[in-house]
Design a protein around this ligand. Sequence first.
Ligand code: GDP
Ligand code: IMO
Ligand code: MG
Length: 427
Amino acid sequence: MPATVIVGAQWGDEGKGKATDVLGSRVDYVVKFNGGNNAGHTVVIGDQKYALHLLPSGILTPGCIPVIGNGVVVDLGVLVEELDALIERGIDVSRLLLSANAHVIPDYNRSLDKVTERFLGSRRLGTTGRGIGPTYADKMNRVGIRVQDLFDEKILTQKVESVLELKGQILAKIYNRRAPGVQDTVEELLSYAERLAPMVADTGLLLNQALDRGERVLLEAGQATLLDVDHGTYPFVTSSSATAGGACTGSGIPPTRVERVIGIAKAYTTRVGEGPFPTELLDEAGEHLRKTGAEYGTTTGRPRRCGWFDAVIARYAARVNGVTDFVLTKLDVLTGLERVPVCVAYDVDGTRHDEMPVNQSDFHHARPVYEELPGWWEDIGDARRFEDLPANARAYVKAVEEMSGSRISAIGVGPDRDETVVVHDLA
Ligand code: GDP
Ligand code: IMO
Ligand code: MG
């Protein structure tokens, strides 16, 4: 039985959490493989709304085993808080597994993330301030702290000591902040060890054994293709591999076991934080999408930048991830527009680009070439089959499918688990 990957096809917040939750009841494991609590996934089940950051969305599905993979960076305090909040709401979290190789986000990296953004001023990236960048930098720099280090005080102390030797000076001497002490840092990290011990595991081994037994594994990305550190709009990206390749390195499941890659794309586009965004709408049309789509960040509450659907980006996401199926989300938000523009190519200083320009400056200057499709007025919230959608909504989906290069297998028509039109079976 092969593994399935879910990735964001744009700049995040496409509705990956809902899609993962919808598929959760059909799989045995849901694995988060990248990022940390910079993510924010809202899942609506009946009258209950859950905002997940660090936990895989599979935690909400009874019987499914949620896994935090080795590619994730873990804020231990946030992990415990999120677990406690779910326990309070009656969710069974006892099945959660945490990779012994996942890196932890120490307090000094949260401080560094915030303070470097402040110092960058107008050149800031607009990070979530959760310490994500500095923690992945430590991992690559081979000075990171891993979950398994919490169970060896001597080694943990040595590691914290050597990293703080430099970072303490940077915080104090460059940024004029109080540098945390080695002992305080070690004690804070150790305070979580006992609570976390039962869930720490060799998750790569367990997942491969599960696949050997014919069980189903769903790999859930945080962030998205255009925020991927290699394939995104660098440097306006996050610091992890949010694309399908990252699903393998971040979980220990080899590429040969992945058969399906589901790209989640919103029927329009949003972005949080700084960086280029060709179809961004700075007028009342953008405000309309923000209001109608409730486009405010789950993690930081920031208003999301909004724009029309960009087929160049969708094609790029299909290529980079090998998308086999798209889920087109929030189609209901487009209801009531006279005409719906879709970006089919870019104009860069008079030259047409049908693919993402490789040069960053070109992408910054890209002006969208729009094709306008006729809108629809009918409420589509109750649609469950493709035929239930009005003709113009169907034509919009078909046009987007044609331009994006992979089939659209499901369509979101509302935030609830059930508000989904299934075109092709995704299981
Ligand atoms: P994620 O980070 O990709 O999981 O997405 P977020 O949860 O940050 O943002 C997506 C938002 O849209 C959430 O508030 C979802 O509840 C909501 N949502 C998801 N799918 C749909 C849909 O088809 N229609 C509407 N109206 N809302 C949706
Ligand atoms: P989900 O999983 C949208 C953005 C931040 C910032 C950049 C770098 O909910 O789709 P970071 O804190 O990661 O160093 O910030 O990446 N960003 C997201 N934008 N959705 C997310 O996650 C994001 N995670 C990070 O706004 O621009
Ligand atoms: Mg989100």
